[in-house]
Design a protein around this ligand. Structure first.
Ligand code: NAP
Length: 316
């Protein structure tokens, strides 16, 4: 499949490193706002074409699937451009700035019969399936609650600190604890308790979010762009608990019994970078004529986006 990258920043390099190792992918084109940046990237990763504008990429009839890795503020505009030109789209997280934009893009993809998928890699990784299977097998009994956190020191990263680039901890790193919770608990969110520490520019530096679900379960979440956190997710049940080491790229799952003894360690399979799973899922969905990936259906993207809107409305 002819694969293209729009916005060759930091994460786009990781994606290029990944897709160059996938035989299903033909590394075809890259577009930057600067031709020179696109050309350097294309040479480095052996992409056939380099474009100095996103429009030129969208207008290339050969391009099939576009991976969009621009700042959150521009996801809507760039995804719309690609969809309007008949391209399938894999769009980085946070999907859009708000749920209304997400709804519009999803409707457009459906109307054009194109794939539109959110690049939230933790949804597609095999570690998640392993975890879901353990929970379904009842290894920690009846699950009641969980905690999850993610934090990095990102206060010098432009797209994180600028409100005009839709910066802030929640939209960037906070989506991982939220997705971790929503992948584990499927009933409706009945109540949200949240607080944030805001920067002088008006983006959240860190936040806490407690979600109470309609079936009585609870998720206690934290994300930060000010400090490094242990990235742990812990799921609690009435027969023990499960630790997930690194909710942003699962390295190990540890199961504890009611005496707090570690009874089992589960490792995840070897991976290229971890980004291959979302790409392979997109290719499969496109070949099957689907407009969404089963690992992250549109309804789940919207569930996340509506939650992000509601959380931020509570900080206002
Ligand atoms: N899935 C993951 O694990 C993961 C990890 C990190 C980031 N991400 C996501 O990937 C996206 C990009 O993150 P990143 O860390 O790669 O960012 P980055 O290094 O800042 O790259 C973003 C790129 O977007 C382009 N761009 C277009 N309009 C822009 C504007 N107005 N201001 C600044 N840049 C603009 C720039 O490329 P040109 O000017 O060359 O076109 C820039 O290089 C975000 O949505 C982020 O949440 C995902």
């Amino acid at each position: 499949m002819k694969f293209a990258i729009l916005a060759p920043g930091k994460i786009a390099h990781m994606m290029a490193k990944t897709v160059t190792q996938l035989e299903e992918v033909e590394c075809y084109a890259v577009a930057s706002r600067s031709y020179d940046r696109a050309e350097v990237f294309a040479k480095q990763w052996n992409f056939e074409k380099a474009y100095g504008s996103y429009e030129e990429l969208a207008e290339d009839p050969e391009v099939e699937l576009v991976y969009i890795a621009s700042p959150h503020s521009h996801h809507y505009e760039h995804a719309k451009l690609c969809l309007e030109h008949g391209k399938h789209v894999l769009l980085e997280k946070a999907f859009t700035v708000n749920a209304a934009q997400a709804e519009e893009l999803i409707a457009l993809a459906k109307e054009k019969k194109l794939l539109l998928a959110e690049a939230i890699w933790t949804r597609y990784m095999p570690g998640r399936k392993l975890l879901d299977d353990l929970l379904a097998d009842g290894v920690i009994g009846n699950v009641t609650s969980l905690t999850a956190n993610l934090g990095y020191v990102l206060t010098n990263v432009e797209r994180m600190i600028k409100p005009e680039l839709a910066g802030g901890a929640l939209l960037d790193v906070g989506v991982y604890p939220i997705n971790f919770a929503l992948m584990t608990f499927h009933s409706e969110v009945a109540e949200i308790d949240t607080t944030a520490v805001m920067s002088d520019k008006g983006v959240d530096l860190m936040n806490s979010v407690t979600l109470t679900f309609a079936d009585g379960k609870m998720a206690v979440l934290h994300s930060s762009m000010q400090s490094l956190t242990d990235r742990e997710g812990v799921i609690f049940g009435d027969q023990g608990y499960i630790e997930v080491q690194n909710i942003n790229n699962c390295e190990e799952i540890r199961i504890y019994d009611l005496d707090r003894n570690l009874v089992r360690r589960v490792n995840v399979p070897e991976q290229i970078t971890g980004y291959e799973y979302e790409v392979l899922s997109c290719i499969k969905a496109i070949r099957e004529g689907k407009s969404e990936c089963p690992e992250m259906p549109h309804e789940e993207t919207l569930r996340v986006m509506r939650l992000l809107d509601e959380i931020r409305s509570k900080w206002a």
